[in-house]
Write a protein that binds this ligand. Structure first.
Ligand SMILES: [Zn+2]
Length: 428
């Protein structure tokens, strides 16, 4: 059977059209969650869904689910999409491409008169970016049960507005209970937001997971002292100890195949001619394996225990996310989709978090990456070539069709329904 082809011109027209909503002078988009611009792009999406004959449901956190029927009423829908909100300095692609590619996939199927066994469900998740309301990946987190609905409705922006009130004011809180829409699988097309594909001359990747992270606060206490009169051997310089420690942690990260970042460093009451007596720094460790995170943490603790005499060190863990492993059967569908297009096999782990991280906790999930020029993202200069946007959408469609043909998924959906008894299954 011939695979339907994406109408590239229509997809690119959608990208250009939606880029006008919240367009910035620098050529990017500022479309913060539940802003007038977010409401406008949601209304635009709702019209597209209606034009395609889809059935749109909103859940109570405003996630948009556009349902398209399949031929087998016993199957749960195959889900795909991403998010339409942006950072204040957002670009035109980010999650937007994933949602618009989903529309393009449905359009291609309809134009070809092709039906799927599974129903299809295109999703726009609320507040992926976390720019106006924290945390990030909020809507998908409520859907997956990672966060409680009422806690997230109580999230506030800088002006003190509750997310729940913003939802209600725009009439975007729907009647569907979070998690009620049980998906047989989740596929998400996204730009890479990093340099790997461009640097290696590749056009797409099957994403096999997302690296985990652990955050710590480290305080080092020595003794403030006169910069001119204190001999070297008498100094208890907290900053120099922090600097030595940072270099040692970076070396550990390199040896363990992970990453270490010291994004915040503070010297309270800093002064040009005073030996720093106290330093506080943040440590962000990342690794694709839990064992790698464990190993980096153990070696970090050894370093902290071995600071120089006269310095006191205190390490406090503040946050963590386990590495996410996507589902082999969905990754295989993406790899198959790539071979359908004559692309060489290539897989990678995502450095950034995505809604797919939350979906992966409740349904078989994988992602597709297409290149980001210069690795730039969350920047008005964010750019993915037209042909790569269209290719990404085609890969999404190919992968959906491969999953639809596959035999393993109905069982996966059943297992998920049973493991999540709080969410009545909509699996028709
Ligand atoms: Zn995104």
């Amino acid at each position: 059977m011939i695979t339907p082809r994406i109408d590239g011109a229509a997809l690119l027209a959608d990208l250009h059209r939606t880029a006008q909503i919240g367009a910035t002078a620098e050529g990017g988009i500022c479309r913060l969650t539940l802003s007038p611009e977010d409401a406008e792009v949601r209304a635009w999406l709702a019209r597209q869904v209606k034009d395609l004959g889809g059935d749109l449901h909103l859940d109570r956190i405003g996630n948009m689910f556009a349902h398209f029927p399949g031929t087998d009423v016993d199957l749960a829908p195959l889900g795909f999409g991403s998010h339409l909100d942006t950072q204040p300095t957002g670009g035109r692609y980010d999650g937007i491409l994933g949602v618009l590619a989903g529309l393009a996939a449905v359009r291609a199927l309809q134009a070809a008169g092709r039906s799927t066994r599974h129903p299809l469900c295109l999703v726009n998740w609320t507040n992926e970016e976390g720019a106006r309301f924290a945390p990030t990946m909020l809507g998908s987190g409520v859907h997956s049960g990672t966060y409680a609905l009422e806690d997230m409705r109580a999230a506030t922006d800088r002006s003190g507005t509750f997310l729940g009130d913003a939802l209600d004011a725009l009439q975007l809180a729907g009647a569907t209970e979070p998690g009620e829409t049980v998906l047989a699988a989740w596929l998400e097309l996204h730009i890479e937001q990093g340099p790997v594909l461009e640097r290696t001359g590749r056009r797409a990747a099957a994403v096999t997971g997302v690296q985990g992270l652990r955050w710590y606060e480290l305080t080092l206490s020595g003794c403030s002292a006169h910069a001119g009169t204190t001999p070297r051997e008498d100094r208890r310089d907290a900053f120099l100890e922090a600097a030595r420690l940072a270099l040692a942690v970076d070396k550990i990260a390199a040896e363990e195949g992970g990453l270490a970042t010291f994004g915040e460093i503070a010297i309270p009451n800093a002064s040009r001619n005073v030996v720093p007596g106290r330093v506080a720094l943040s440590i962000d460790l990342r690794h694709v394996e839990t064992a790698g995170l464990d190993q980096m943490e153990a070696r970090l603790r050894d370093l902290v225990d071995a600071v120089r005499p006269g310095i006191k060190a205190r390490l406090t863990p503040v946050f963590g996310n386990r590495p996410t492993k996507f589902a082999p059967e969905v990754i295989a569908a993406v790899e198959g989709a790539m071979s359908d297009e004559g692309l060489p096999a290539f897989s990678m782990v995502s450095g950034a978090g995505h809604d797919a991280v939350n979906l992966a906790t409740i349904t078989p999930t994988a992602m597709i990456f297409v290149p980001s020029r210069g690795g730039l993202s969350h920047n008005p200069a964010e750019f993915t070539a037209d042909e790569d946007c269209v290719l990404g959408a085609q890969l999404l469609l190919n992968a959906v069709l491969r999953l639809d043909r596959g035999g393993a998924l109905p069982q996966g959906a059943k297992r998920l329904t049973m493991s999540n008894p709080a969410s009545p299954a909509l699996a028709r």
